[in-house]
Ligand binder design. Sequence first.
Ligand code: ISL
Length: 565
Amino acid sequence: GYQPTWWKEAVVYQIYPRSFKDSNGDGIGDIPGITSKLDYLQHLGVNVIWLSPHYDSPNADNGYDIRDYRKVMAEFGTMSDFDTMLAGIKQRHMRLIIDLVVNHTSDEHHWFVESRKSQDNPYRDFYFWRDGKPGPAGPDGKPTLLPPNNDPSFFSGSAWQFDPSTSQYYLHYFAVKQPDLNWDNTKVREEVYSLMRFWLDKGVDGFRMDVIPLISKNPAFPDLTPDQLHNYGNAYANGPHMHEYLQEMNRNVMAKYDVMTVGEALGISLEQTPLIVGDDRHELNMIFNFDAIRSNRVGRDAFKPTDLPTLKAIYTRHAEQLDAHSWDTVFLSNHDNPRIVSTFGDDSPEFRIPSAKLLETMLLTLRGTPFLYQGDELGMTNYPFKAIGDFDDIEVKNAYKANVVTGKIPEDVFIANLRHTSRDNSRTPMQWDSSASGGFTTAHKPWLAENPNYTQINAAAEVADPNSVYNYTSKLIAIRRAHQVFVYGDYKDLDPDNKSIFAYTRTLGAERYLVVLNFSKVPVAYVLPVALKAGTLVLSNLAASEQNTSTLHLAGWEARIYKVQ
Ligand code: ISL
């Protein structure tokens, strides 16, 4: 059986600080803003907060480009504001995990500022510097210079940037302003462990680790094959020393504290997952696997509607791969993905509320630690983007230059795709009330436009409404936290091929619960496929009262939880 642990029983809430709550009227969310909303989170019932990067940063990628790991971003406040927030979290019996972004730093980090100065600088080997390859002759007859290999950047173009001061290229899997750290250098690893201890000694309870499978590289940097280029994220992950470095980090840091770790597992397959999260491996507690959240994409940016049997098969594979010795996560949104209700539900006026509740029902009753993203508890939706100027994200801006400006993709196709899939969909400010700027800021304009539907969809209205997505989510969290069967129980999909109904049981000893979700707007009389009576109704997202029957009359996007007798 399972070893009971607090992080297995946790319900996690992700805060994207830039967009959560602005306390000083500069249009940017901040740490005192978070502190002012801790009661709201406690009332919702979540008990772990994951804070996206709060460190000093020039914000090329909204804080995922760190200039100083031991300083708080000035726009977000001071270290003393951080300490006050942490104390407020602990006082409410909640915990805090912070974002550890150590595959790369900002190019303005002191290490890189030094590193680029000269080829013999003591920090040169903190990063990857390589000579270019001679290319074909240019118009002047002299040979041109090509990047060391064909690695692409996640944010368009080559992953290598030429630096004229020393005439070499440096590696950046993400933005030009995000040079990759060289983990083969012992000094780099020691610096990382030391900054981790700095925050743990303050009392934070763990880390979400950004693109952690990318930390180990093949220093020969061979060209990627055409096949690998197709999914270069996979090619970058799982480098030769990845497990070794994670085990070293665990020994040097995690083993000395009571912490929770979750790795963003870009490029790690489900089959490889137990090698990172197995409890005999001493690496990480959990990872984020992207199979489910990206199941409705064609390529990187195009959206296709969810195919329910495909999604269910993913969850079944998770249950098969991860046993009592390897813990899982459940999530369908974060700051890199569009809004959950617009993507997996139906954000039309008729079905937004029931489908948002249905999705929360699923996240909070599946097997694995649930991660909720800010605003999803309100049923916040995607933003009506119309033109390139509406976006802020560097990923979109670079892709626009690389694909639209060059004529590879027509502008309307590009915008139509990004309207469904852009990361900015989930980065619009939290909608606190119906006042100007949705109560997010007193500034004339927030850093990224508020979704205009804040007049209808906002926290003040939802906290007051017993039938809101917020109060429903709060009930669900209470149910999950009161019944260990939702944490440790076995999972069984009762009807894998059904195209609109997701029906599953969670079973622990003699205790069994049944969850039935109608993933469509079409009402259905659903006959339970196995010899099972629904039992006692525990929760419904509509006004259901049917009990103790094996035929359930479900409305569009209806969700129910039953206790099976
Ligand atoms: O969001 C993506 C594509 O739309 C992913 O490729 C994403 O870049 C990848 O999952 C890595 O994400 C993490 O590292 C990035 C940062 O931009 C993301 O916000 C972060 O979650 C670089 O630090």
